[in-house]
Each structure stands twice: as structure tokens, then as C-alpha cells.
Write a protein of this length. Structure first.
Ligand SMILES: [Zn+2]
Length: 143
């Protein structure tokens, strides 16, 4: 599995500071789900996969597992790293951070994770140093 990298994002979107690909997404009424902002500042390439992920959560009833929205766009370095976080381009979203901390064993259910992976996201919970709150666009998601 090849993950999307900050180099890929830099190449496609330019510097994070330019916010070139960022957009204020008016989340459609039928996809408004409690803790997610009604207007979400995110990368335009996130709109379609996020819509599918939200639909999957609603369809499966797993929406009840979504407790908190913990950010999308944030220009910063990767946790424990020196390269920019994909949040710098708004192509990642953090949820349920309080229970799925960096380098902690994630407690999101497999079904919940599947709602996102089926929609085009890679989950940080599988990584050597787990980041269970973190979902990021698959590499092909920005092609
Ligand atoms: Zn994250």
C-alpha cells in the first residue's frame, strides 16, 4: 500500500500557505451529521470521498460512533516527524481524538474504519506508530 505523501501534495497543490485547493464546503443537509461542521474548510478533492464516507456511516448506523470532529485543515508538521502533515493541504480528517490518540491503541470499530476506507481513505490506525484519529485521502484520490 502506497500512502499519499506531503511531496505528492506539494506537487499538486503547491505550498500549504497558498491554500490553492482549499474550499469552504457546504455540507448537504442530508449529510449533516451532528459533530461535523455544517461548513467544512477542506481540500476540494475531499468533498466526494467525505460525502461517501458520511453516507456509509449513516447507512450502517455507525454514525453513532462518531463522537468528535478534531480538524481537517491545519498547517503543521507531522506528529513526530519533520515533513508537513497532510492536514497542511486539508486532505486528512481527525475524529474521536480523545479515544484514539497518537501512538495509542485505537478503539474505532472495524466497521467504522471500513466506512472511510471504502470511500477512499487510508486510516492511520494501521501504521507502525498508530494515529487512530486520522483518515487521509488515498494516493489515487488526488490523481
Ligand atoms: Zn490527522
Amino acid at each position: 500500500m502506497t500512502l499519499l505523501t506531503s511531496a505528492d501534495c506539494l506537487k499538486k497543490y503547491g505550498s500549504p500557505e497558498s491554500e490553492k485547493a482549499m474550499t469552504l464546503w457546504d455540507v448537504p443537509k442530508e449529510l449533516e451529521i451532528g459533530v461535523i461542521p455544517k461548513r467544512l474548510y477542506c481540500n476540494r478533492d475531499m468533498i466526494k470521498p467525505l460525502s461517501v464516507a458520511f453516507q456509509n456511516l449513516i447507512k450502517t448506523g455507525l454514525i453513532k460512533e462518531l463522537k468528535t470532529f478534531d480538524g481537517c485543515f491545519n498547517i503543521r508538521r507531522k506528529k513526530g516527524g519533520s515533513t508537513p502533515s497532510l492536514h497542511s493541504w486539508g486532505v486528512a480528517i481527525d475524529v474521536n481524538a480523545a479515544w484514539n490518540g497518537f501512538d495509542k491503541k485505537p478503539i474505532l470499530s472495524a466497521g467504522f474504519v471500513k466506512c472511510f476506507s471504502d470511500a477512499g481513505f487510508d486510516w492511520g490506525g494501521h501504521w507502525a506508530t498508530p494515529d487512530g484519529m486520522h483518515f487521509q485521502l488515498k494516493k489515487e484520490g488526488i490523481a
